[in-house]
Ligand binder design. Structure first.
Ligand code: FES
Ligand code: FES
Length: 402
């Protein structure tokens, strides 16, 4: 058993949990917060969605112990929140629930959508809600309710003279969509990577990713992340240069073969709840050893699922300084990632912000942990196949591993 400390709906709490205890179990069975519903338990339906540090995640596929120190908000925690109240009123006004099973997850996702984007266009709202399934199929009321609240929020922001939507209470400061970013993407042409230079990064212990909200531009999904590895930049660069060695660090990537100095082929297994796909594809890689940057681009298709993906990953490495909390730490490497991809076909339904971001973080943690193991001369961990990981992040790793 492990002891995990969390803040749930503003209340500090601690619980002893097994390694495989999911956050949803902790919330429902230990804390009796049964407003968080469990439907598929495979990360597909969205009924179990809660906010963790201000971002929606699937609590059925999130380990409780991975939430150490996190700020969790469940549907119960939206009680006094202004957006939560407005959403509940709008759901009632627009008959946005029938049996109510999906409603807690819908409310959490709607809170995130309104707080982060406040979209008023129906297509945008439908896309943002597409990761939450309503088996009663009451989507028209849901969309109307979210649009109402988004309009109210935009109206409030305008009347207060705010150009951007500011985050509100129910989480840990979700970033506004206009947050500055060190890596800039253009819709179809990717700008060069801009790094923070030698800015200190104070990450200690297990590799940890820093997240920025994903965006979607003309069919492309754009994700940016950064993480720190506890090894010198030269060592990590050498690992990244060795495609057959770094590929197994990406769970699900198999059979990577070089077919030229900068070309390779490979296969990526993707399992997302009941959906499994095997993408075969090819890619190219360009690197700049002087600047410690690289670009991996590729495309693949899954014949069974009639799905295809295109993706591009840019990475940049720089020496990171020891953090204030660990001044004695050895050399570190900061890695900035900028990823864009698009999925077409049957799997495109998973191209939803909270799915992408949850899975990105899960897969990035796996990848970074495996890089640490590889650099320490240890065996990398095989892909966890049982519970479902991010389709979209699989793209990312397919990207890295092609
Ligand atoms: Fe978690 Fe369905 S119960 S996504
Ligand atoms: Fe019944 Fe959505 S209201 S599942």
């Amino acid at each position: 058993m492990n002891t995990v400390h969390l803040t749930v709906n503003g209340e500090p709490c601690r619980a002893d949990v097994a390694g495989r205890t999911q956050l949803a179990e902790l919330l429902r069975d230990h804390l009796h917060l049964t407003g968080t519903h469990l439907g598929c338990e495979h990360g597909v339906c969205g009924a179990c969605t809660v906010l963790v540090d201000g971002r929606p995640i699937r609590s059925c596929i999130t380990y409780a112990q991975a939430c150490e120190g996190a700020n969790v908000v469940t549907v119960e925690g939206l009680g006094d929140d202004p957006i939560g109240r407005a959403l509940r009123d709008a759901f009632a006004r627009h008959h946005a629930l029938q049996c109510g099973f999906c409603t807690p997850g819908m409310l959490i996702t709607a809170w995130d959508v309104v707080n982060r984007l406040a979209p008023t266009d129906e297509a945008d709202i439908r896309r943002e809600l597409s990761g939450n399934l309503c088996r009663c199929t009451g989507y028209m009321g849901l969309v109307a309710a979210v649009r109402d609240v988004a309009r109210q929020r935009r109206g409030m922001a305008a009347s207060e003279g705010r150009g951007a939507l500011a985050p509100t209470a129910a989480g840990d400061e979700p970033s506004a969509p206009t947050a500055p970013s060190p890596i800039a993407f253009e819709p179809f042409e990717i700008d060069p990577i801009h790094l923070h230079g030698a800015e200190p990064v104070s990450t200690t212990g297990a590799p940890e990713a820093t997240a920025r909200p994903m965006t979607q531009v003309e069919g492309w999904t754009l994700v940016e992340r950064e993480f720190v590895i506890e090894h010198p930049v030269e060592a990590l660069w050498t690992l990244f240069e060795d495609v057959p060695r770094v590929a197994p660090c990406l769970p699900g990537v198999h059979n990577i073969e070089s077919v030229g100095p900068n070309r390779f082929t490979g296969r990526a297994e993707i399992r997302f709840g009941p959906v499994a796909a095997s993408f075969h594809g090819e890619g190219t890689r360009e690197t700049d050893a002087g600047g410690r940057t690289g670009v991996i681009a590729g495309h693949g298709s899954d014949r069974r699922g009639h799905a295809s993906l295109e993706a591009e990953l840019r990475y940049a490495m720089s020496g990171a300084m020891p953090g204030e909390d660990a001044p004695e730490a050895g050399p570190r490497t900061r890695v900035d990632l900028a990823i864009r991809f698009r999925i077409q076909g049957g799997l495109a339904q998973f191209n939803r912000a909270d799915l992408v971001e949850s899975f990105t973080d899960v897969m990035l943690a796996e990848f970074a942990g495996n890089c640490e193991r590889a650099l320490a001369g240890e065996e990398v961990r095989a892909a966890p196949g049982a519970s479902g990981f991010a389709l979209l992040w699989r793209m990312i790793r397919a990207r890295l591993g092609f």
